[in-house]
Write a protein that binds this ligand. Structure first.
Ligand code: RIB
Ligand code: CA
Length: 324
């Protein structure tokens, strides 16, 4: 069993990730922290509680975190995720209550008291994680890994070169990528590769299971909004988005990574929020003339078996995957 924590800005694909994390037999979801991103942080909390209801989760603690980035203003993505941040499905409010403590207090408590090292999966702007690492740096000794859905070694989505979660709070991302816990960057180079086919989406949507049906409705929304993105490998497919990063924790064999130098561009201007990944095998003229090489510190995901994760997601949500 792998004990995990999720940091989310629920969010259509964050919701897919939470559904999968609750249902996969080899994962134990210990808690969820919420941060402003796709929508405002209070809506993120409301959405996350609704997803836990649909998933049939037990008493998974959920805590409210940062309402804006460290320096930037909050800039939502409701044009992608809908007015309520979760495809405007019109779901009833949950009767669950969020935990009374701040998200970084919940994360600290759960990390330090867990009997085994925890995998922290970041699916949102990294404001909560940066605040946690600065306030309680000792948590890295109890983290097995930080799996970050964020960044890109190539093309952006929020801008030509920056991925949304990093673009939203670049300073926070720099703190996380520079911390001394093992970090994997599940960026846009693989993000669009994990997809559900139209048939898989239809089967989920037709299910009588509330979690599977919610997943199907969310995937229909994803296909409608970004189905024609050239990075999605199949016509009419829906990318799993954040859920792909959780699939990669559940089954790492579906992901190929390389340990590479990485730096977040913090200067204002067109490239702010870019994750600059050095994939050269030799130093170049810049280094010849005195520039320092970037430190190798992050496992960067470069290839993904997207169909494998599409099948895994569908089978888990339909209850066809037995105990690990
Ligand atoms: O760039 C995609 C990421 O930004 C996903 O985590 C999505 O939910 C948004 O937060
Ligand atoms: Ca997200």
């Amino acid at each position: 069993m792998t004990d995990i924590l999720l940091d989310v800005d629920t969010g259509v694909d964050d919701a897919l990730a939470v559904l999968f994390a609750v249902r996969h037999p080899g994962l134990t979801l210990r808690g969820v922290s919420c941060v402003a991103g796709n929508t405002d942080v209070d809506q993120v909390v409301r959405n996350t509680l609704k997803v836990l209801d649909a998933a049939g989760a037990g008493a998974v603690p959920v805590a409210r975190g940062a309402s804006r980035p460290l320096l930037e203003p909050h800039r939502d993505a409701v044009h992608v995720h809908g007015r309520d941040g979760m495809a405007d499905l019109g779901l009833p409010a949950s009767v669950r209550e969020p935990a009374p403590e701040h998200a970084i207090e919940l994360l600290r408590r759960l990390i330090l008291t867990n009997p085994t090292p925890v995998t922290l999966i970041s699916l949102a702007p990294m404001t909560n994680l940066a605040l946690l690492l600065r306030a309680y740096p000792e948590v890295t000794t109890k983290l097995a890994r930080i799996m970050v859905m964020g960044g890109s070694a190539s093309v952006g989505n929020a801008s030509a070169v920056a991925e949304f979660n990093v673009w939203h709070d670049p300073e926070a991302a720099a703190i996380v990528f520079g911390c001394d816990a093992p970090v994997t960057m599940y960026g846009l180079d693989v993000f669009y590769g994990a997809t559900a086919s139209p048939a898989q989406t239809a089967e989920l949507a037709a299910s009588t299971d509330p979690g599977a049906a919610m997943a199907g409705r969310l995937l229909h929304h994803a296909a409608r909004i970004s189905g024609d993105d050239h990075r999605i490998g199949q016509p009419g497919g829906a990318h799993l988005g954040d859920a792909g990063a959780v699939c990669a924790v559940a089954e790492p064999a579906g992901l190929r990574t390389r340990r590479l130098p990485l730096q977040v561009e913090l200067a204002s201007g067109l490239a702010r929020g870019q994750t600059i990944v050095d994939r050269r095998s030799l130093a170049g003229d810049a280094e010849y003339h005195g520039s320092a090489l970037l430190a190798e510190r992050v496992e960067v995901a470069l290839e993904i078996d997207g169909d494998r994760y599409g099948r895994l997601f569908t089978e888990v949500l339909l209850g066809r995957v037995g105990a690990a």
